[in-house]
Design a protein around this ligand. Sequence first.
Ligand code: ADP
Ligand code: MG
Ligand code: ZN
Length: 476
Amino acid sequence: MQYEAIIGLETHVQVKTASKMFCGCATDFGAPPNTQVCPVCLGYPGSLPVMNEEAVRKTILAGLMLGCDIARLCKWDRKNYFYPDMPKNYQISQYDMPLCRGGGVDIKLKDSREVRIGLTRIHLEEDVAKNSHFETTSGVDFNRAGLPLMEVVSEPEIKSPDEAFAYLTALKEILVSGGVSDCDMEKGQLRCDCNVSVRPVGQKEFGAKIEIKNMNTISGVRRALAYEIPRQIVALEKGEKISQETRRWDDAPGVTSVMRTKEYAHDYRYFPEPDLMPVVVSDAMLAQIRELLPELPEAKRQRFMQQYGLPEYDAGVLVTDAALAAYYEQAVRWSKNPKSISNWVTTELLGKLAEAKLTIAECPIAPPQLAELVTLIDGGQISGKIGKDVFAEMFTTGKSPSAIVKDKSLAQVSDTAAIEAFVDEAIAKNPKSVMDFKAGNQAAINFLKGQVMKLSKGKVNPQMAGEILLRKLRGS
Ligand code: ADP
Ligand code: MG
Ligand code: ZN
């Protein structure tokens, strides 16, 4: 029997705001535990929430980028449960009136076909505190409690671990490009619950779904699904019945294991939050947010390929980060060689930035300077090899390439008389190679050419040097 997998993802994304969802506490990552807290996010009785409008606006922006219908009226609900990460015993969330419905994420399949994975909804809620368990004690850090969290729920339309990977990658790219979230997974800004079931091909009804909780890497999602799908199929083939349960993923052994079965399913007793007004999204507010809509990464990728004649790979690397794409476009404005600029950005520049642990915003080389370097190389003023040294110097000093070339006398020598002098010197110093060449050993010229480059410290135009050398060897 043939089986197929059905996957639906619930993705939690931390919305990028200066303050928390319902209080004024800071949202900076990495502060000492419980230093960014107040009575509201600690859940003290009697404290009152105040809605962060920026979080609502950014969630609407996400909805617009993903083609969702934006609710003109939505409300807040209490999701009731008891757990140390939420001392007021409820989380403020959105139940039956979320901010966004519908829409989708376009992904490219292996065979280059494009499909849209539909979204059910996007709602906004507050994050909960973070529990840590030590040897003999446990701790709760409330810095995370109350951070604005967007939940993006997909339709059960994802069919394979690779598609789940592509979906999350595309979603992340879109949200980052719009400034909705940094989606930094190492900081827990994007976390995902994977729902997965299998069914015999041809069967209409879905199988019972298994939910794998709290995945925090995109590759982890792919691996967990690649483990879980065959596990379910094997169980079915053995005649076992799969019943709905929640599982956890253990990354090291690469297996999932049971967390809780359906008997322990929560009943959250949702009811409307009495301390917050419903949200009215006005025409004016929607229009304002529409103005902020950026070009979507996929559209930008296509444009980069057409406008700058870049291969798909280059365009893909450049558009993953909106700031990197902007850097590239600024540099290109000063240059006649978009492909060469792309080569420098995607290899040397990204390499140096990673090495120095800098973001593109902190890049010491201004875009016009990179363009100038490419112009110097294309114009033959310096060789490509010296260009790399100049680049390294630009990166550490922030100086312009022409200043570095001038200060260090690195300009390529294209002056015939000067090259002839180096060639004469190489010939004079290496009589044996000259004899070898004359005796018919063609390869000897390569050694001599190497000597010319060495004598000139790599500065002579290699092609001219080769021509002059050949002329002299034949002529003399
Ligand atoms: P719950 O109330 O348990 O969270 P939902 O119906 O809200 O369940 O669905 C949660 C997620 O699970 C959604 O992304 C949905 O697409 C997905 N899903 C629902 N049913 C199935 C199924 N049988 N197999 C795989 N995924 C499913
Ligand atoms: Mg769920
Ligand atoms: Zn607070």
